[in-house]
Design a protein. Sequence first.
Length: 127
Amino acid sequence: MKSLSGNLRINVLGAKGVGKSAITVRYLTKRFIGEYSSGLDISYQSTFYHGDTPVKLDILDVSSQEECQAACHDLFDADAFVIVYSVTDVSSFQVARGIMETLRTRVTSRPSILLLGNKFDLDHVRR
């Protein structure tokens, strides 16, 4: 990952309904919102400080990679990726694995990648 100065772009990827927007909004606002509109890519901007240095954070919450494979070059243009899956949906983990494989083959840089399991509070409905 590049040094923390200037701008940092993070793309949040994963299957539909795994909680990408909830995680992003929770991180930025410290609040949980239960309902989100799916089907829209949303870009969030924020600034944080790394020591005394301001860093502009640009987070792209990608609605669904299934609809956006080869056509979405911006999908692969980021400094870091958060790949989200739901512990209640095994198929979302398969989507996450596919995204990781795609990143390995299509991204020439070496971005940081975080694989994030979500919905642990719903463990009782785990599939």
